[in-house]
Ligand binder design. Structure first.
Ligand code: PRT
Ligand code: ZN
Length: 210
């Protein structure tokens, strides 16, 4: 039996479960259960916080998982990637108050930037030769400029409407992300075969969607 970790409840959950269902795999899901065994395929599903998924897969507690590349790369676990899945597309962007004068990323030198993605942001700033102070906060990043915590933020953007409603404008795209299938490094022969079967079905679903 192969163990798959997916997000319990959030932006990845529905698309992750739909993908499994479209693969013809049946299971009973209840919002109270943290794991479920599929009835017609050797797969067990664990429901976790998305941030915990790369660690569980790296440690082999789960064999495979579905997680956003933003979380995966932030946690330094991109080597677990098997393939991109094409949903939950978003970007990690820098934004400043819409009234702020902004010409280039160099304007962020010496500024305070609030983010939940300090590693991705640091790598980007370093590449651009910018030295800024990164303030790591776990949520509500968009309010940081209006409460005086930072002059800029670096957060996930999809439609852009959250930035607009908080009086911010997107100025740089730091990282492009989508959901990815990840797998632990050491899979037994038996589990590798199940993964191959699952990938075969995923590819068929993806072809049918095109
Ligand atoms: O509880 P748990 O820790 O599992 O979930 P979470 O709250 O950490 O994550 P969740 O469910 O919000 O997002 C899961 C994953 O979905 C992220 O890691 C991304 O890979 C992906 N994703 C896709 C998004 C978005 N789109 C998105 N729009 N993650 C977050 N957002 C947020 C963003 O943080 C901002 O607050 O939505 C807001 C911006 O949206 P727009 O459309 O207004 O631009
Ligand atoms: Zn999370």
């Amino acid at each position: 039996m192969l163990r798959l970790a997916i997000q319990k409840s959030g932006r990845l959950s529905d698309d992750s479960l739909n993908l499994i269902r479209e693969c013809g795999i049946s299971f009973i899901s209840s919002s109270l259960k943290l794991k479920t065994e599929c009835t017609n395929f050797p797969l067990e599903i664990l429901f976790l916080r998305d941030d915990d998924i790369p660690g569980y897969v790296a440690d082999g507690v789960a064999d495979i998982g579905i997680v956003g590349e933003n979380v995966l790369v932030e946690e330094g676990k991109q080597e677990l990637t098997v393939e991109k899945l094409g949903f939950s597309k978003c970007r990690l962007s820098l934004a400043v108050p819409k009234s702020a004068e902004y010409n280039s990323v160099q304007d962020l030198n010496g500024k305070n930037i609030a983010t939940s993605y300090p590693n991705l942001l640091q790598a980007y700033l370093q590449e651009q030769g910018v030295k800024a102070n990164i303030h790591t906060i776990s949520g509500s990043v968009e309010i940081a400029p209006s409460i005086g915590l930072a002059e800029a933020i670096c957060d996930i953007v999809s439609s852009g409407s959250t930035l607009i409603s908080n009086g911010l404008k997107e100025v740089e795209r730091v990282f492009k992300s989508e959901a990815a299938l990840i797998a632990t490094k050491e899979l037994s022969e038996e589990k590798r075969e199940i993964l191959e079967k699952l990938l075969f079905r995923i590819h068929a679903v993806q072809r049918a969607r095109k």
